[in-house]
Write a new protein. Structure first.
Length: 136
């Protein structure tokens, strides 16, 4: 796959921002859920580490598939962001720290906004065309 420096200069900032916001959103969602739902559970560190590993693996695979021009990679990342939003919304209540809740809800929304941006869609289209050209 030949990716030129002009391609990277144009599309890398939006790709990296979406990736970082995705990682930030699942980290905040896991922190908020562990703080409110599993506070006294004896296996809390194991659950936190395993959920971070699973989310990281799903995001890594999804982003790698995206870079390879596969449409399914985008849906995998969107699924993780949707799960982060649902997990965050499940923690709403009187004991919820509102600044953390707001950040944990805002991060996946901003990541989804970046995924829906014109530049990110254009990058995915160009990567799909590159893959189709190489498979011929």
């Amino acid at each position: 796959m030949s990716i030129t420096p002009r391609f990277l200069q144009r599309y890398f900032p939006v790709y990296a921002a979406a990736l970082m916001l995705s990682c930030f959103s699942f980290a905040l969602a896991i922190a908020l859920a562990s703080l409110l739902h599993f506070k006294t559970h004896p296996d809390l560190p194991k659950y936190i580490i395993s959920s971070i590993v699973v989310c990281s693996l799903l995001l890594s695979v999804g982003n790698m598939l995206q870079l390879r021009g596969r449409r399914s990679g985008m849906w995998l990342v969107v699924m993780v962001l949707g799960a982060c939003m649902l997990l965050t919304l499940s923690t709403y209540g009187p004991r919820t720290p509102m600044p953390l809740f707001t950040l944990a809800l805002l991060a996946p929304l901003l990541a989804l906004l970046l995924f829906n941006s014109e530049r990110h869609r254009e990058m995915r289209r160009r990567l799909m065309r590159l893959r189709e050209r190489e498979n011929r």
